[in-house]
Design a protein around this ligand. Structure first.
Ligand SMILES: *Cc1c(COP(=O)(O)O)cnc(C)c1O
Length: 376
């Protein structure tokens, strides 16, 4: 059976975790957390990176950093995304306002954002689907014009770029995921990227239960105290150790993923040229990270048949997302602005093929052969 995903692991993880245990450094903000933060800062150029317990929590932390967001305020985002994108703001009483996606990249359509802005709008949350960037220049312009905060959901965008800038570093805040389904993993984990130095102190405080303990650890003050609301978003250093082993070989892992992605693309191009399926689109100026390889079938019926057919051939393929505005919580907490031209229709056509670090060329070839056979 070819699995859909295999959690990434780098050999050194065993040594690094052993070291944590031996040195009794297993709580948060230990040596490996620092190494991960510094690696991400160096690699992306962000002013500050704070490792978190998940991307969901990084987004929650960003939402807690919005100075005055509250009940009735609005946050613009796509409906074609994971629930976390919306949850973080719903927890603060805000209303997710969903706008339609572009059918080519499945990203929020930047041309529809401005019409959704109202007096109550506080933030825009672009989601870089499949590690392919949203049209950030346009989004940042709109945000600036209306004084809105931009929080990038870059859960899938680690090692991707937009016009030479790392995803997660363009908006005020960027959120990475290190869940086991992502390109680099610590089981459960994430990171908050902070663009502006002025936001760092509050972020550290909220992440540390509302205390200034981070300053205390750095020796900047001689005792720490409770100074704001907060929560606990620090992962154990053992998880960070597991992740750090992968960050050290991130280039190699990225290239391996891209090689699989390119092989899928070349292999399936004839089917796309014949009009049987559609392939992912990567706009000019976007460098992606091979996070996922998806195809689009004619419709949901054909997709179901293809999933079953691949399964009979020992290949696991999956689809996602059920658009948030059609889910019970989405209907209760959010609203869709404008017309749902593409969100539902395109989400029903999308099928993700196996993609993980360690997937072999022969496996990609076999999967492509089975897809081609299905289309006769
Ligand atoms: C995976 C994912 C998340 C959630 O990440 P966690 O680390 O599991 O909290 C959020 N948004 C998107 C787009 C994702 O793909």
């Amino acid at each position: 059976m070819i699995n859909f995903n295999v959690p990434p692991c780098a050999e050194k993880a065993y040594d690094y975790i052993k070291e944590c245990v031996k040195n009794q450094k297993i709580c948060g903000d230990g040596p490996y957390t620092k190494k991960c933060n510094e690696w991400i800062e160096r690699k992306t150029g962000t002013a500050k990176c704070l490792l978190t317990t998940s991307c969901t929590h990084a987004t929650e932390l960003a939402a807690l950093l919005l100075p005055d967001i509250g009940p009735g305020d609005e946050v613009i985002m796509p409906s074609f995304t994971f629930v976390s994108t919306a949850d973080a703001f719903v927890l603060r009483g805000a209303v997710p306002v969903f706008v339609d996606i572009r059918p080519d990249t499945m990203n929020m359509d930047e041309k529809l954002i401005e019409a959704a802005v109202t007096e109550r709008t506080k933030a825009i949350v672009p989601v870089h689907y499949a590690g392919v960037a949203c049209e950030m220049d346009t989004i940042m312009e709109i945000a600036e014009r209306h004084g809105l905060t931009v929080i990038e959901d870059a859960a899938q965008g680690v090692m991707s770029a937009y016009k030479g800038r790392a995803l997660g570093t363009i908006g005020n805040f960027g959120c990475f995921s290190f869940h086991e389904t992502k390109n680099y993993s610590m089981g459960e984990g994430g990171a908050l990227l902070i663009r502006d130095q002025k936001d760092v102190e509050q972020a550290e405080i909220i992440r540390e239960k509302g205390t200034n303990r981070s300053k205390y650890y750095r020796g900047q003050i001689d005792k720490y105290t409770w100074i704001n609301y907060g929560s606990s978003y620090l992962p154990s250093d053992m998880n960070a150790a597991y992740l750090y082993a992968q960050l050290e070989i991130a280039e190699e892992m990225n290239e391996a993923r891209l090689a699989c992605w390119n092989r899928y693309y070349e292999n399936l191009k004839p089917l796309a040229d014949a009009g049987k399926i559609e392939l992912p689109v990567v706009p000019e100026g976007c460098v992606h990270n091979g996070h996922m390889f998806y195809i689009k079938t004619a419709d949901i019926g054909e997709r179901t048949e293809l999933i079953d057919n691949l399964k009979k051939n020992e290949i696991l393929s999956v689809f996602h997302y059920i658009p948030l505005h059609t889910a019970p919580a989405g209907q209760k907490f959010g609203r869709f602005h404008g017309e749902d031209r593409y969100t539902t229709r395109e989400s029903e056509r999308l099928l993700r093929l196996p993609m993980y670090y360690g997937l072999k060329e022969e496996q990609v070839d076999y999967i492509c052969d089975m897809v081609k056979k299905f289309y006769g």
